[in-house]
Design a protein around this ligand. Structure first.
Ligand SMILES: *Cc1c(COP(=O)(O)O)cnc(C)c1O
Length: 368
């Protein structure tokens, strides 16, 4: 692998394939897989990831917003795409691109039916979202009759699936809430299917739901973070491979005398002779301010170099007093050894946040 000469996010498609196959190995052979590729496929490169997964015969994709789905269509994605949180203002664009909306309230359901009939659609596939405890988006069980009466009045849509989302499927210390969500969704599914008179697809599990609750698999599962290499537990992280490696280079080495300071607001003051390295990555690239002041560290020549002082917009300074390194050497911010979840932990956050934060300024390099 060539050494990084600038800040890059390396995307290892072999790791993605491994993770996809690992997740698949947890499922019955007829359970469908939906890959969640929202937010640039969790901060990586949605088009590349989606086209690759399409070749591996993934069944479905999900994105958060309509514009993300349109980008996938333009990149040649032809498998169905569920839009988890569409806004009514984009419904015409959604239909033009054959994207499938999640409809979660009477208001959004009625708005979609109005546009779908205006666009002369028949049986347009929609997905009805139920709230079973996350209290974020979704109808309640008590809305079933109202949904069925609204949808039955219109021939322009057809309910392709009903689904819900688990609130704490990664928490194995307390499984009661999740079990209750699973039961509650199964109950909703039965009642809904009976009321509407046909069988929509059922799906509930995210990555941790897949790994921890076999009875939540149903007809299809929705995996995001697992594809990118994180299983939300030490045990499962071992079975998965981080797909993305964030790398950079040493721009300059400084010798800091005792009593000198480093960076803005002189946040770091040296109590001794120190050596620092300046790295071209900052908060505009996704490294939050909370990683500064010796919380986060990067790896240079296999040794940890703590970030000292405040994170700047385009740079960080790290302590390399005990590291044999020179200008031009490669720096790893997160990847295989220090994975993104360990790096995130140093600043009290989680893998989801750091990987999706890597800004579009950082060049993506695809390893086939
Ligand atoms: C983001 C999202 C997922 C994926 O969750 P992971 O924990 O990344 O597997 C699944 N379902 C819904 C509704 C989501 O918003």
């Amino acid at each position: 692998m060539p050494r990084a000469k600038e800040t890059i996010l390396e995307i290892d498609l072999k790791a993605l394939k491994h993770n996809f196959e690992y997740i698949k190995s947890k499922l019955k052979s007829d359970t469908k897989i939906l890959a969640v590729v929202k937010a640039f496929a969790y901060g990586s490169d949605a088009n590349t990831i989606a086209v690759f997964l399409q070749d591996l015969e993934v069944d479905y994709f999900a994105v958060a917003y309509v514009s993300e789905g349109v980008a996938l269509r333009n990149a040649g994605v032809i498998v169905p795409i569920l839009v988890l949180h569409p806004q009514a203002v984009n419904f015409k664009m959604l239909i033009e691109n054959c994207l499938e909306p999640s409809l979660y309230s009477a208001k959004i359901l009625n708005e979609f039916i109005a546009i779908a009939s205006e666009e002369k659609q028949k049986n347009y596939p929609v997905h009805i979202k139920f709230n079973t405890g996350l209290n974020r988006l979704g109808f309640r069980e008590s809305d079933i009759d109202a949904i069925v009466s609204i949808t039955s009045r219109s021939s322009s849509i057809r309910v392709k699936s009903i689904f819900s989302h688990l609130a704490e499927s990664e928490n194995l210390d307390d499984t009661a809430f999740t079990k209750n969500q699973i039961d509650s969704f199964k109950n909703i599914s039965k009642r809904f299917t009976k009321a509407i008179g046909y069988q929509p697809m059922l799906h509930l599990a995210n990555t941790s739901g897949i790994l921890n609750y076999t009875d939540a698999h149903l007809d299809m599962v929705r995996t995001g973070i697992g594809l990118y290499g994180f299983g939300n537990s030490e045990k499962e992280n071992k079975n998965l491979l981080p797909m993305a490696t964030l790398k950079s280079v040493v721009s300059q080495i400084h010798t800091i005398e005792k009593g000198e300071s480093v960076g803005y607001n002189r946040a770091y003051k040296s109590d001794n002779l120190k050596k620092t390295a300046t790295i071209p990555i900052g908060h505009a690239d996704g490294i939050g301010r909370q990683y500064g002041n010796q919380k986060g560290f990067v790896t240079i020549n296999n040794k940890p170099a703590p970030i000292i002082g405040n994170v700047c917009m385009d740079m960080i300074m790290v302590n390399v007093t005990d590291i044999d390194c020179k200008e031009g050497d490669e720096v790893v911010i997160f990847g295989k050894e220090t994975d993104a979840s360990a790096f995130a932990k140093s600043a009290n956050t989680i893998s989801y946040e750091i990987i999706t934060a890597i800004s579009q300024r950082v060049k993506r390099v695809i390893l086939e």
